[in-house]
Write a protein that binds this ligand. Structure first.
Ligand code: B12
Length: 275
């Protein structure tokens, strides 16, 4: 109970930023109710509406500052996706170190509920926390796509699309009052034409990276990071081996390299290793 009283939204984001912002992560606070009120009951977080939550994003630095060192140190074990392992390790260690004694429920972008729905909708969370505007079909008046649904995309005011949404932390029993004020994320793609372009770039040609430049970013992914995320998850173990970051007998297995490799099959899970 002591710990619950000590955690405030500002303290939570400040502590997390002190712990992992130098590794390429950012955090934004929200109330659970802001998220739940936009979603059907099946996707609600089962906590009181005033409960403190924090959404954690990765920025372009994450790859060089924490992922490559994690691989170099041989910390990737087993068959699950290397990016997911690295992000899980980094965020869960930071939470344990920053909030000892406080129960924090951590959900990751790649985790699913038994219903096979995502454990949390990363884009909705990033939007209501004020971190990155979530542009959806419903944000385009009189859209030109008929019945063909276009997936939505978040754009960050500083990084454009060069970031990912990694985790949602819920601080059990920490209820906020009026000290946390809901802020709209910056609307950095305001015109109808630019939003149409953005949603078409994201849905029809996301592989060419162009949607990520919807606003001039302060930093993009390095060529190495682009090479990694351009490689299909099943082939990434082979790339890590070629970079000398994984050995054949380790978790990576050498996807695409002759012998049948269970890790490559696991990497086919589409929710894993998003970049
Ligand atoms: C499943 C999934 C996929 C699937 C299906 C795509 C999809 N969007 O469904 C596949 C494998 C195809 C995929 C591919 C990609 N993905 Co993907 N994917 C996801 C994942 C895991 C879940 C998305 C999901 O199922 N949403 C469910 C649907 C129903 O939600 P929704 O459309 O947003 O609808 C809700 C909102 O509209 C909300 N709502 C209603 N009214 C309002 C009003 C407001 C104001 C708001 C905010 C919300 C709101 O209610 C609806 C639900 O009822 C997320 C991570 C996560 N955990 O969220 C990443 C995620 C969406 N993917 C991401 C990316 C980058 C990609 C890829 C580019 C691959 C890559 N390089 O990583 C491609 C491109 C997709 C494409 N063009 O086809 C990023 C997007 C980042 C961003 N900037 O927005 C995410 C967030 C992952 C991450 N870690 O950052 N993906």
């Amino acid at each position: 109970m002591m710990a619950s009283h000590a955690v405030t939204s500002e303290r939570a984001t400040t502590l997390l930023n002190e712990s992992i912002s130098h590794l390429g992560f950012e955090s934004y606070a929200l109330k659970v109710g802001w998220y739940n009120e936009l979603l059907p009951a099946a996707l609600h977080l089962s906590h009181h509406e005033d409960t403190l939550a924090v959404v954690v994003l990765s920025t372009p630095d994450m790859f060089e500052k924490v992922f490559l060192p994690f691989m170099e140190q041989g910390r990737c074990v087993g068959v699950s996706d290397p990016i997911d392992q690295c992000v899980t390790h980094t965020i869960s260690s930071a939470v344990a170190q920053c909030f000892p004694g406080q129960k924090v429920e951590v959900s990751y972008d790649f985790e699913m509920l038994p219903s096979r729905k995502p454990k949390f909708l990363a884009q909705t969370a990033a939007h209501v926390a004020g971190g990155a505007y979530y542009y959806q079909q419903l944000d385009v008046a009189d859209h030109p796509w008929g019945a063909k649904k276009k997936y939505g995309v978040c754009i960050h005011p500083r990084f454009g699309g060069w970031f990912a949404i990694r985790a949602l932390l819920v601080f059990e029993g920490v209820q906020l009052g009026s000290e946390l004020v809901k802020c709209s994320p910056p609307d950095c793609v305001p015109s109808r034409e630019a939003r149409i372009q953005l949603l078409e770039d994201f849905n029809l040609r996301w592989q060419d990276w162009k949607y990520r430049d919807a606003v001039a970013p302060v930093q993009r992914y390095s060529q190495k990071q682009k090479d990694y995320f351009s490689t299909r998850p099943a082939q990434r173990p082979a790339l890590l081996i070629a970079w000398g970051l994984q050995h054949k007998e380790e978790g990576g297995g050498g996807g695409g390299g002759g012998q049948l490799d269970p890790p490559a099959l696991v990497s086919h899970i589409p929710l894993s290793g998003h970049g």
